[in-house]
Design a protein around this ligand. Structure first.
Ligand code: OAD
Length: 237
């Protein structure tokens, strides 16, 4: 049987699918990923992007941080693509248990997914660091320089920066979903950023499927690997 047929069979036999997603899921919506040849981390900036989106850099140089964040990381106005939509459909059909995502773009929810665990936060949530008042993403987009709350505090995106820890509740929900999954689909992620990538180890089943254009360090431990574009595969599912 060919690989796509096997995948289709596994999907139809599953009721606790978990999708573990990365930036590659959103490239077909027009949002650049980080590590592809034309990804964010292969562009030239004054500092390495991993430095700019670190907590200490944010503290040291908030003006630069917000300029970069606004230009490069605030993906507003994009629409979900076929992959987001199929995952949402499977959840509605009772086939998919959860999406665990490293993405901060909110596109899974925009496509209709309800149970989305956002390991790295979301650009759609922003809080004043002083009084905790909530602000929408448009506020950050439209602010000049460092976005300030009416109380004077900085309004910080609820996005996990390098050097910051992941939210404990989100970790627990993600681990639980992955542990209980009968089929784990790992989609569009280079699997190079920890602790997120390590979550795969919690999967106990024997149907680990990896769909990613480039090779990943986990290819050898997957039960089915596709080095193809997600749109190409999900348009057939
Ligand atoms: P990466 O940019 O590291 O990896 C994206 C992967 O998706 C690449 O290996 C591509 O080959 C693949 N890809 C891109 N478009 C695809 C498509 N249409 N179909 C199939 N595969 C495709 O992104 P992540 O693994 O998500 O963290 O990166 C992990 C974390 O690194 C991000 O969450 C972000 C970043 O630093 C934070 O910002 C905290």
């Amino acid at each position: 049987m060919d690989k796509l047929e096997t995948l289709k069979n596994w999907i139809s036999e599953s009721s606790r699918i978990v999708a573990f997603t990365g930036a590659g899921v959103s490239t077909e919506s027009g949002i650049k990923d980080f590590r592809s040849v034309d990804g964010l981390y292969n562009q030239k900036f004054e500092y390495p992007p991993e430095t700019i989106i670190s907590h200490s850099f944010y503290e040291r140089n908030p003006e630069y941080f917000f300029r970069f964040y606004r230009e490069k990381m605030l993906p507003l106005g994009f629409s979900p693509n076929i992959t987001h939509r199929v995952l949402a459909r499977w959840e509605a059909e009772g086939r998919l248990q959860a999406v665990v995502t490293q993405n901060i773009d909110g596109l899974h929810q925009k496509a209709g997914s309800q149970r989305v665990h956002e390991l790295h936060g979301s650009v759609l949530r922003n809080y004043c660091v002083r009084c905790r008042r909530f602000y929408p993403a448009e506020f950050i987009r439209d602010a000049q320089g460092v976005p300030r709350c009416s109380c004077g505090g900085i309004v910080k995106p609820d996005v996990v920066l390098y050097e910051e820890g992941l939210d404990q509740a989100v970790i627990e929900q993600s681990v639980m979903a992955i542990r209980r999954a009968d089929l784990l689909l790992v989609l569009g992620t280079s699997l190079t950023v920890y602790p997120a990538a390590g979550f795969l180890h919690y999967y106990r089943g024997n149907r680990l499927v990896l769909i990613n254009r480039d090779e990943t360090p986990y290819d050898h431990s997957a039960d089915l690997v596709f080095h193809q574009s997600l749109g190409e595969i999900f348009s057939k599912l």
